[in-house]
Design a protein around this ligand. Structure first.
Ligand code: MCU
Length: 409
């Protein structure tokens, strides 16, 4: 009996040691301090973007503590309606470093898996004295942005974590080997969990062994992998800078605005199409793809989940990606950052005239400013909000409650 108690206590300790820290906003308030978090939210009937300033139960967000609870609620709502549940940290992760490769032995219940991740150190030391090592960007299926030599790279092979071949590839990959083939997570949620294990390994080994400062991590990816980068930033609070590129529908775009654009005749990716194309979302989403007005969430919530951390969203003017849709959703996202007093922590640049995932040189200065500020600790961000799309924000947010006065600190 005593032995059992000791074992249980030891297991609890490991879990505590591995538990992901909450986002800055939610650090102040534990889940139990938040009211009405039933975990089972009702559908709505709302043609506009759901109001970030009102809880699902109709109460207004009036304080920083309220906001911390609302952020948790928005994450749960998104998991319930489209993403599938993000599992808690695993029972154990054991990291080892050999050459430029970090190996992670991960245990969830009786399932174990060992995966390896390539790491290249950058030449830039971390300023701010957070333990040495260079900052690094985790690349989701590769990178299509220029990463400066000062910043390292960590190569996340997302397809091996959760496949994105077609809708039937749900359940394939090491995430599902650990959690079971029928786990409800879509691939985007699975990738966020798998990246969390990479961060566990970096924290465990420390900068001495990996050459990387785990407090200065960015994440990027383009197109389908840009959706992934956005979701990694939204669900993994240890990411300091999120850099989604041309994520389009399922990333920076709003389901509702994309449906409205489709109704106007645009060739644009919608919720209806996306679940037929691939395994990015949970089957939880299937009942809503023809009635997105019933979702008590939309993708401006992704910005709310990343806030107040660094976020620079790059988009293109390709119809399929929904330039009007990404502009509306990300302008709404910047309003959320502004209400937290940190508008410049989120930038948005929709620049056309180049092929899909080709980085436009006119975005270089903006990108550099976000990397410098959040990963290298120098200078200010450019506070970019660039888009040629003409949008009428009132059509989408006029029913929001008055903006509360909040602060991110
Ligand atoms: C923009 O990302 C996707 C898009 O959602 C898909 O519909 C299309 O098939 O592929 C794009 C992509 O990943 O391109 C590389």
């Amino acid at each position: 009996m005593l032995r059992l108690v000791i074992l249980v206590a030891a297991a609890a300790e490991v879990r505590v040691a591995l538990a992901s820290p909450m986002s800055a906003a939610s650090q102040a308030t534990s889940a139990s301090a938040c009211p009405d978090q039933t975990g089972d939210y009702a559908a709505v009937d709302n043609a506009q973007l759901p109001d970030p300033w009102t809880f699902a139960n109709g109460k207004p967000v009036a304080s920083n503590d309220d906001w911390a609870c609302r952020v948790q609620e928005m994450s749960r709502i998104m998991q319930q309606f489209e993403l599938g549940a993000l599992p808690p940290a695993p029972d154990s992760v054991t990291a080892t470093m050999a050459g430029g490769s970090m190996s992670l032995a991960i245990k969830v219940g009786s399932n174990t898996k060992t995966v390896s991740v390539g790491i290249t150190k950058g030449s830039g030391g971390a300023s701010g004295g957070s333990g040495g090592g260079s900052p690094a960007i985790i690349t989701v299926g590769g990178s299509s942005i220029p990463i400066p030599g000062t910043v390292g790279r960590i190569s996340f092979g997302n397809d091996a974590c959760a496949a994105q071949a077609n809708p039937a590839s749900h359940g394939t990959g090491w995430f599902f080997d650990l959690h079971g083939k029928t786990h409800p997570a879509g691939a985007l949620t699975a990738w966020a969990w798998c990246v969390g294990r990479i961060v566990d390994g970096l924290e465990q080994l420390g900068a001495d062994k990996t050459g990387i400062d785990p407090k200065r991590l960015g994440v990027t990816g383009c197109s389908r992998n840009g959706k992934g980068a956005f979701l990694v930033g939204a669900l993994e609070p240890r990411i300091a800078l999120t850099l989604p590129q041309e994520s389009g529908s399922g990333g920076a775009a709003s389901w509702r605005v994309s449906d409205a654009e489709k109704a106007k005749g645009k060739s644009i990716q919608t919720a209806h199409q996306i679940v037929r194309e691939n395994a990015w979302f949970s089957h939880n989403f299937d009942p809503y793809v023809n009635k997105t007005n019933e979702l008590p969430e939309d993708h401006h919530f992704l910005a709310a989940l990343v806030a107040p951390r660094g976020l620079f969203v790059m988009e293109n003017d390709i119809d399929w990606l929904g330039p009007v849709s990404t502009t509306v959703a990300m302008k709404a996202g910047r309003m959320i950052y502004a209400a937290l007093g940190v508008r410049a922590n989120m930038g948005f640049a929709l620049v056309g005239g180049h092929s899909h995932c080709a980085f436009p040189s006119s975005s270089q200065a903006d990108l550099t400013s976000y990397i410098n500020h959040f990963l290298l600790g120098t200078g200010k961000t450019s506070d970019a909000e660039i888009s040629p799309a003409n949008v009428t924000m009132a059509d989408w947010i006029s029913k929001w409650s008055p903006t509360p006065k909040l602060s991110a600190a």
